[in-house]
Design a protein around this ligand. Structure first.
Ligand SMILES: NC(=O)C1=CN([C@@H]2O[C@H](COP(=O)(O)OP(=O)(O)OC[C@H]3O[C@@H](n4cnc5c(N)ncnc54)[C@H](O)[C@@H]3O)[C@@H](O)[C@H]2O)C=CC1
Ligand SMILES: O=C(O)[C@@H]1CCC=N1
Length: 274
């Protein structure tokens, strides 16, 4: 449960901030306990219309009233934003959702050790996300618990004990929804080519992902066994999987996820300097 007396400031009020704020409000945190800083007027308007929170155009002394600061801006803009906010947030617990930016960089810019870095994903918008979390050594058990409450409004979460593993989390689940949507696009398009209507193909494809995901979660058995159960000897699934194997689909996924993990590390190196 979120402590309704806490107060949380968001720096950046886009997709991810909106997902977390929506979840916090649903959990009973009053809108008056949340504030947002976003340099973009449309983003500010959207947030106050949809969530009834106060949105500021720039950082300022008002941030001193917020014991938790959530950083939900792009890696490219993080350093400038952190350095401008630093004088007002030195007593806070910091939670970053930015891809790549290391807690060492944040420590340098913010002058604080109380930093948790995280990697959520967009199903957080409906409370069905999964988030990887990494706490710097200066984060207390109580701070971890507060962050866990925030992460839980987005869905499930997993703590990792080494920071570099967040690159792997980013490659797998942070970017992962895009891979699923890509497969949905492909499967739906072929369903239509095979004669289904777009609505039918969409429903069949989406329900297949939801059902297979739920089955994989509920089952004691690994995905490989569940796959074999679908695959009758000489049947249709075998015909499809053979094409995937011959086309090297697993190897492509391996390369794709490793490219994402590399990019996460590169973002840190590129935008986390100095
Ligand atoms: N979209 C995704 O699937 C995921 C994104 N992330 C990370 O979350 C972070 C935010 O991503 P999104 O919410 O998707 O981006 P977004 O573009 O929707 O939101 C970023 C917001 O920050 C604002 N902004 C820019 N400079 C600012 C500044 N100096 N001070 C205050 N606000 C400023 C922008 O106006 C914008 O509203 C990124 O670092 C990204 O790596 C993490 C997990 C998943
Ligand atoms: O593509 C990106 O950089 C962000 C991080 C994970 C999902 N979106």
């Amino acid at each position: 449960m979120i402590d309704p007396r806490t107060a949380i400031a968001f720096i950046g009020g886009g997709n991810m901030a909106s997902a977390i704020i929506g979840g916090l409000l649903k959990q009973g945190l009053p809108a008056s306990r949340i504030t947002v800083v976003d340099t973009n007027a449309e983003a500010r308007q959207r947030l106050s219309d949809s969530h009834g929170v106060v949105a500021h155009a720039a950082v300022g002394p008002f941030l001193r009233d917020f014991p938790i600061v959530v950083w939900a801006i792009k890696p490219q803009t993080f350093k400038d934003a952190a350095q401008s906010a630093a004088p007002f947030v030195n007593g806070a617990l910091h939670l970053s959702v930015a891809a790549g930016i290391s807690t060492d960089s944040l420590q340098r810019w913010l002058g604080s050790e109380r930093i948790v870095r995280s990697m959520p994903n967009t199903p957080a918008l409906i409370g069905k996300g999964v988030t990887g979390l990494y706490a710097r050594a200066g984060v207390s058990a109580q701070d971890r618990a507060q962050v866990a409450h925030i992460a839980s409004v987005m869905g499930e979460f997993v703590w990792v004990e080494q920071e570099h593993l967040l690159d792997a989390v980013t490659a797998l689940s942070g970017s992962g929804p895009a891979y699923v949507f890509y497969l949905l696009e492909a499967m739906t398009a072929t369903g239509v080519e095979l004669g289904l209507t777009a609505e039918q193909a969409h429903q069949l494809a989406v329900e297949t992902f939801l059902g297979a995901g739920a089955l994989a979660k509920a089952s004691q058995e690994p995905p490989e066994v569940l796959r074999q159960r679908v695959t009758s000897k000489g049947g249709t699934t075998h015909a499809a999987i053979t094409v995937m194997e011959e086309g090297g689909l697993k190897a492509l996924f391996d390369q794709a996820l490793k490219a994402a993990a590399r990019r996460s590390a590169e973002l840190g190196a590129e935008f986390g300097k100095d």
